[in-house]
Design a protein around this ligand. Structure first.
Ligand code: UDP
Length: 142
């Protein structure tokens, strides 16, 4: 296993529920470290760019509307196998199908408002990290 970085977003539904700390605690317990973080309220154009891969999907408009509906916390997580490990603890996209004890099972209600985003592959992780953070804003552990 290699040390990897992944982009995580705590989405507007989870920020509104005031469970940022609970979710970060899940990351830390899974061996992932926060090496960059900032709050953001995405503009329509930022959300459209970030989710451009889903542009043709029927839920695109609602997804952009949801992601711009309130503040989010964007973070870079680092650790062994960080991309897969993060997705494992996030749980399935649809919280109703997410395994018990996963973030989405415990904090999300619906497939669109599903608490967290996590990069799905090394290439998308690098691209998504670069979308939100410059190299100087990332602070790896010594
Ligand atoms: N999404 C949605 N309706 C769907 C499928 C996805 O609103 O039927 C949203 C949901 O917020 C999801 C995001 O689009 O997290 C990206 O979808 P993807 O399939 O990449 O899921 P993820 O990687 O987030 O689990």
């Amino acid at each position: 296993m290699a040390v990897e970085r992944t982009l995580s977003i705590i989405k507007p539904d989870a920020v509104a529920k005031n469970v940022i700390g609970d979710i970060i605690s899940r990351f830390e317990k899974a061996g992932l470290c926060v090496i960059a973080a900032r709050m953001a309220h995405l503009s329509q154009s930022e959300a459209e760019q970030f989710y451009a891969v889903h542009r043709e999907r029927p839920f695109f408009g609602e997804l952009v509307g949801f992601m711009t509906s309130g503040p989010v916390l964007v973070q870079v997580l680092e650790g062994e196998d960080a991309i897969a490990r993060n997705r494992e603890i996030m749980g399935a996209t649809n919280p109703k199908e997410a395994a018990p004890g996963t973030i989405r099972a415990d904090f999300a209600e619906t497939i669109d408002a599903n608490a967290v985003h996590g990069s799905d592959a090394p290439e998308t992780a690098a691209q998504e990290i670069g979308f939100f953070f410059s190299d100087e804003q990332i602070c790896p552990r010594g």
